[in-house]
Ligand binder design. Structure first.
Ligand code: NAD
Ligand code: DAU
Length: 341
């Protein structure tokens, strides 16, 4: 099997490629990635020499390039993925998440190959109670979520119109090694290690369902092998937590690692102006994947957070290089302003 994995230099897909190469010794992986600010080939340093792995720098929207690549199936992780950036400028989100996905669908249709589309629980929007299942309406609230919902609908249209063999997964919030430090969990860990203010949006009571990245990778692999084409699968961990609880947990654990008193880092918590259109609560029901694909998350949340903190402590060079790049400019405009309020 020759898998075309898109966005493989990002957080989740780099973990996924590492997983696939070790779980399926007969598989080859081609990683197609544009290397945006979020793409980092250092995420794959340990496997880059493997003769079963090939990297191609390119855009998923480049149809001419896609026609030159040989593969048997596509797993599409590539996306603009950060909600705050989509609020500042929605255009790149539409370009990659919608138009780019359309180019991949076209080549998959021409080749008649399987297309697994990695989507998100954000497409369902927010709910004060209960949990969304795969038949729930799509009510995205941020430009990021709207672009992902649009791509899901395009995938559906290719299945209906062209009989494309496709599947869609919708996962909740991931955390773990190699996550770009603009997202909540790595941001809190690094700001704690660097004694910087930790911006908590609004009242800190927004709720997310957190899943360890390797559990998500196993779920994607299970759907690829055991899922039914034409189907959508929610991937969640039944692990809902308000943001402030996560922040305090991380600060307690980082203090412990650094030999500080439990409360020593708590003063870093800084409540800031809320994200525009901030979804209050995401909640999905993962019963279908558990029942039909026989997958379950394995990582206990506290253990996963400890493992993640340890990874960031032992991989200082990885994040120090990121913090000196263009990201700092964005960070200063985005958070510098908020921290003043
Ligand atoms: P990420 O931002 O860390 O990585 C995205 C990768 O895509 C980067 O390597 C980037 O260079 C690449 N990319 C962007 N535009 C491209 C283009 N036009 N052509 C080729 N490559 C391009 O993202 P992530 O957090 O790893 O998310 C991966 C996927 O999973 C996304 O589709 C996202 O919507 C979805 N998802 C993420 C989460 C989460 O919590 N992070 C949860 C559910 C679903
Ligand atoms: O639910 C899945 C989605 O999870 C994915 O589709 C997205 O790609 C991914 O970025 C993530 O979106 P969120 O907006 O939920 O993640 P983020 O880490 O940006 O924020 C998590 C919560 O923490 C959210 O309620 C906003 C809040 N937050 C975030 C940051 C970066 C803060 O309070 N302070 C912060 O500095």
């Amino acid at each position: 099997m020759k898998l075309l994995v898109t966005g493989g230099a990002g957080f989740i897909a780099s973990n996924y490629i590492r997983y696939v190469l070790s779980a399926h010794p007969g598989y080859r992986v081609i990683n197609l990635d544009k290397l945006t600010y979020a793409g980092n080939l250092e995420n794959l340093k340990d496997i880059e020499a493997s003769d079963r792995y090939t990297f191609i720098k390119g855009d998923i929207g480049d149809g001419e390039l896609l026609r030159k690549i040989e593969f048997d199936a596509i797993i599409n992780f590539a996306a603009e993925s950060h909600v705050d950036r989509s609020i500042l400028d929605a255009q790149p989100f539409l370009q990659t998440n919608v138009i780019g996905t359309c180019s991949l669908l076209e080549i998959a249709r021409q080749r008649g190959c399987v297309f697994l589309h990695i989507s998100t629980d954000e497409v369902y929007g927010s709910t004060p109670e209960g949990a969304f299942n795969e038949a729930s309406p799509l009510l995205p609230n941020s430009p990021y979520a709207a672009s992902k919902a649009s791509s899901d609908l395009l995938v559906r249209s290719y299945m209906e119109t062209h009989d494309l063999k496709a599947m869609i997964t919708r996962c909740s919030n991931n955390y773990g090694p190699y996550q770009f430090p603009e997202k909540l969990i790595p941001l809190v860990i690094l700001n704690a290690l660097n004694r910087k203010p930790i911006p908590v949006y609004g009242d800190g009571m927004n709720v997310r369902d957190w899943i360890y990245v390797m559990d998500h990778c196993r779920a994607v692999d299970a759907v690829f092998h055991n899922g039914a084409t034409g189907e959508i699968y929610n991937i969640g961990s039944r692990n809902e937590r308000p943001n402030i609880e996560i922040v305090k947990l991380i600060l307690r654990k980082v203090s412990e690692k650094l030999g500080l008193n439990e409360g020593d880092l708590m003063d870093l918590i800084t409540f800031v102006k809320d994200r525009k259109g901030h979804d209050r609560r995401y909640a999905i029901d993962p019963a279908k994947i558990e029942r039909d694909v026989r997958w379950k998350p394995e990582m206990d949340f506290e253990k996963g957070i400890t493992k993640t903190i340890e990874w960031y402590i032992s991989n200082k060079e990885w994040w120090q290089r990121i913090l000196t790049r263009e990201y700092m400019e964005y960070y200063t405009t985005q958070y510098g302003e908020r921290l003043k309020t």
